[in-house]
Design a protein around this ligand. Structure first.
Ligand code: OAD
Length: 249
């Protein structure tokens, strides 16, 4: 129990909390993570090296299309978890200032969080590989085409379209903004990420000298040894046990 008391103490003392989240905050909503034993890369039918590779997509968009056909409805229909809701509550309490997320599922926004920096993009829009100006809301696309893994063709130039998410070989979105948020935090709350994919994995190292890093993740991460507090448990369980009050005096 001591680590819950410590976590609550840190949350209540802090006034400028920034969350850094990854796929593990969404798993209980039915969206799989990548690297755990039940994750996307453990599925033998998925070639993890290739599905999110921009060069592979440009040559053969069906590799991604077939893979995304299964993931898309899980993300589209997923509901925010207790972890997402806990962060929204911390925002409502005036403590949490922003969320830097690697997730593309949009669940922080669905939970009502307002300052969400989606460094790996999101699935709300499709964008053409020829021009970032050629884009269309995903909800306006033929849903059966997406569920069948068909290639989406740009109506303006005939190019291949993909969700507006960052593939390996592409720059992350809003990195400078994410970095500024992390540097200004008094508490960085890392949740549900293995911290293996750079540049995001390096962000905790940019926290200020007096800032604290807390990690809530059910398996080890690359930053555990430097964190103030590591809670190696299920995120929903942690969020449930905290039962954050709407206001705190
Ligand atoms: P990972 O799959 O690498 O890490 C998710 C972490 O969450 C793992 O360490 C799990 O053990 C943990 N986890 C899962 N469910 C949990 C739960 N309910 N409670 C607590 N911990 C839980 O996912 P990310 O770190 O987000 O990039 O992966 C980073 C990037 O790698 C992704 O954004 C994606 C991928 O390649 C791109 O697609 C560009």
């Amino acid at each position: 129990m001591a680590h819950y008391d410590r976590l609550m103490e840190l949350l209540m003392k802090s006034e400028n909390i920034v969350a850094l989240t990854g796929a593990g905050i969404s798993t209980s909503s039915g969206v799989p993570d990548f690297r755990s034993p039940k994750g996307i890369y453990a599925d033998p039918s998925v070639d993890g090296e290739r599905v999110f590779d921009i060069k592979v997509f440009e040559e053969d968009p069906t590799v991604f299309g077939r893979f995304f056909a299964k993931l898309y409805p899980q993300m589209r229909d997923g509901a925010p978890t207790k972890g997402h809701i806990m962060l929204k509550k911390l925002e409502d309490m005036g403590k949490l200032k922003s969320i830097v997320t690697q997730n593309i599922d949009g669940l922080h926004t669905k939970a009502g969080s307002s300052n969400v920096i989606e460094v790996h993009g999101n699935i709300r829009e499709y964008v053409c590989i020829n021009s970032v100006h050629h884009r269309i809301p995903t909800a306006e696309l033929n849903q059966d085409s997406l569920l069948n893994g068909e290639t989406i063709i740009c109506s303006e130039c005939g190019g291949f379209m993909k969700p507006d998410v960052v593939f390996f070989g592409e720059p992350v979105h809003n990195y400078e903004k994410a970095l500024t948020q992390v540097q200004s935090a008094d508490l960085l709350l890392v949740m549900g990420t293995s911290l293996t994919v750079y540049p995001v994995a390096g962000l905790p190292g940019y926290c200020g000298d007096n800032a604290k890093v807390v990690i809530i993740n059910d398996s080890p991460t690359s930053y555990d040894h430097d964190a103030e507090l590591v809670i190696r448990e299920d995120i929903d369980e942690v969020a449930g046990k905290l039962g954050l009050p709407a206001t705190y005096s």
